[in-house]
Design a protein around this ligand. Structure first.
Ligand SMILES: [Zn+2]
Ligand SMILES: [Zn+2]
Length: 629
């Protein structure tokens, strides 16, 4: 048989040849360094047979930052962790241990609770295994054999996994540890040059709070020690920038169990919020959106019609009344569609773009809440665009253009993902060909690179998800642009077409920043609290050197405020050095020191990051005006 190599050349192999055989046919060095095969784009264990005509790519220990190559390395490291834990803690039961973004974990049921300090000992055992060296073998066995084997080993979680696994049951063995696992795995442990256990957490078996609580050990592994060091540095930087910590230090917001997942916004946090809200309003106006306001609570009947009652009820806060049940809205769509449906519409009104940033409530499980990035009180920069079939592409293009404008403003690199028809799609293939095509041509027209997520669309239509990369290189899901051909009809939306007959409009659901809560959380980490001038809660702090300069300092601050800037005065209650230091900690963009030598003709200005200058109030204000726009 023949397989196709990345340079399009063909490689002839014996029938039944594996990925490893293909590597050997090319060269012994490649075979030694091979870690994984990509066959027709899908990852495959080196030990598995190839098929005639497949395009293959052999990943090696040199693909140190390839996500698939890292996955296989980390998956193998997770198995080494399980081996180590079983040796050190007799009686422990193993559950599951997958690779994840940036590392891996393994869940265990320990006879005695595990303490954080013990991770060091486990890591030492893991390193001992690496030094000794391990080889992985793969075997395919029957379900009954696998069950008998894990029953005999006293591994109830594995027995349950065998029961629910689909397809061929495979086992991977290294050292004295055999795991039920689909793979793929490394050939041996040599490529694992650095491993680190990073933390402990509780996790329910199968994520179900009615099931036993297990102990999850997190770790990570790399193809080189330098890569691990870089990763740990980034983690440390991320910890320093954690918005939950920085947000409290900068007095922006706090959270309280009195209303879980619902931030209390402090005056300084509200400044940032309002700047984003102004941006949203201004840009919506420029781009032909109409602001609307729709109710916060609706009768159950509406949610039944929209389909939320069936699919989303457990996440909705309900308000029972005497003879009706209401719900606080978890999203704006049904309200906007009710508004559209309230009048007889004509094709001449389309496209109609309704925008609203209403507070939404989603009853997320308490255990999943996280600072501002996972909340129950959600305020989306939401809009719904009602349009006809032939307007879809232009409207999607408009959304993409808007998104690119916003991400540019925050110096964030945007990544776009197109998700296409899922298995449970509604509507015909022909219809999906058209809608997917419209989204694709809008992306192409805007010249955007995008990833294709085949099969990941919503059942009612394809979508484009917007991700942003922050300064630490972390990717965040932000907004989404979704085309919907189902809900509008269910909620009675229609318009009179040019052909004098009634049509159901398409609706584009789109939120570009995502939610204000989450976006501000991400901004805090992206900027490490040092917001650009236009977003900074306090833009200028004026510091009188001594009591005698208080009046002059207040006059300067007042004039800056009259120019539309946010200036305050740091009263002379402490030494000037201490107050300069505290303005730096608050990451205020400009500090004006006002003493004997200063006047409105000559101010001593210190810029965040080190610059110093002596300039008149008028010149300073003119310079600030260029930063504010
Ligand atoms: Zn595994
Ligand atoms: Zn919507």
């Amino acid at each position: 048989m023949n397989v196709v190599l990345p340079d399009n050349s063909e490689l002839e192999l014996a029938g039944g040849a594996t990925g490893l055989d293909a590597a050997r046919a090319i060269g012994p060095k490649l075979a030694e360094q091979a870690v994984l095969i990509r066959a027709n784009g899908a990852v495959q264990d080196l030990r598995r047979p190839l098929e005639d005509g497949q395009s293959i790519q052999i990943l090696t220990t040199r693909d140190t930052s390839d996500p698939d190559a890292l996955y296989v390395l980390r998956h193998s490291a997770a198995h080494l962790l399980a081996e180590a834990v079983r040796r050190l803690y007799p009686g422990v039961k193993v559950a599951i241990g997958p690779p994840i973004e940036n590392g891996f974990y393994y869940d265990f049921d320990f006879p005695e609770p595990l303490r954080e300090e013990e991770l060091e000992r486990i890591e030492a055992e893991l390193n001992r295994e690496l030094k000794e060296g391990r080889e992985w073998t793969r075997e395919e066995i029957s379900r009954d054999e696998a069950k008998a084997r894990f029953e005999q080993e006293g591994e109830p979680y594995k027995v349950e996994l065998v029961d629910t696994a689909d397809g061929q049951i495979t086992l991977y063995t290294q050292g004295d540890f055999t795991d039920l696992c689909r793979g793929p795995h490394l050939q041996n442990s040599k490529p694992i040059k650095a491993v680190k256990l990073t933390g402990l957490a509780g996790a329910y078996w199968r994520g179900d709070s009615d099931k036993p609580q297990l102990t999850r050990i997190y770790g990570t592994a790399f193809y080189s020690k330098e890569d691990l060091a870089k990763h740990l540095e980034r983690l440390e930087e991320a910890r320093k920038r954690d918005h939950r910590k920085v947000g409290v230090e900068l007095d922006l917001f706090h959270l309280d169990d009195i209303s879980p997942g619902s931030p209390f916004w402090h005056p300084k946090g509200m400044v940032i919020w309002n700047e984003l809200e102004d941006l949203r309003r201004r840009e919506n106006r420029n781009r032909g959106y109409d602001e609307v306001k729709t109710p916060l609570i609706y009768d159950q009947k509406l949610w039944e019609r929209s389909g939320h009652w069936d699919k989303y009820r457990e996440h909705m806060f309900l308000i029972p009344e005497k003879d009706r049940v209401f719900s606080i809205k978890p999203m704006n769509c049904p309200g906007h569609m009710s508004l559209f449906a309230s009048q007889q519409r004509s094709y001449r009104e389309l496209p109609l773009r309704y925008a609203e940033a209403a507070p939404l409530h989603r009853n997320e499980l308490a255990g999943t809440l996280h600072g501002l990035t996972r909340v129950r009180h959600v305020t989306q920069d939401d809009a719904h665009i009602f349009c006809s079939r032939d307007q879809i592409e232009d409207e999607i293009f408009g959304c993409l253009d808007y998104a690119a404008f916003l991400y540019d403003l925050f110096d964030m690199e945007a990544v776009f993902e197109l998700s296409t028809r899922p298995e449970n799609m509604l509507g015909t293939d022909e219809e999906w060909d058209f809608t997917e095509g419209a989204l694709q041509s809008a992306l192409d027209r805007r010249g955007l690179d995008y990833h294709l997520n085949a099969g990941d669309g919503a059942f009612y239509g394809p979508k484009i998800d917007l991700h942003m990369k922050d300064v630490l290189g972390r990717s965040w899901q932000m907004g989404t642009i979704q085309l919907d051909s189902q809900q509008p009809g269910r909620l009675g939306c229609s318009y009179m077409g040019a052909d004098n007959s009634e049509h159901v409009p398409y609706v584009i659901h789109r939120a570009l920043l995502g939610s204000f809560e989450r976006f501000i959380g991400i901004l805090i980490e992206h900027y490490g609290g040092a917001f650009p001038f236009w977003l900074a809660p306090v833009q200028i702090r004026v510091l009188p050197v001594g009591e005698a300069h208080t009046e002059g300092a207040h006059a300067v601050a007042a004039k800056l405020n009259q120019h539309g800037f946010r200036a305050d005065v740091g009263e002379a209650t402490e030494t000037i050095g201490k107050r300069i230091r505290s303005a730096e900690l608050e990451k205020i963009p400009f500090v004006v020191v006002y003493g004997d030598r200063e006047s409105e003709d000559s101010l001593a200005v210190r810029e965040r990051g080190g610059g110093q200058s002596q300039e008149s109030l008028a010149d300073f204000a003119a310079r600030l005006a260029t930063l504010a726009s």
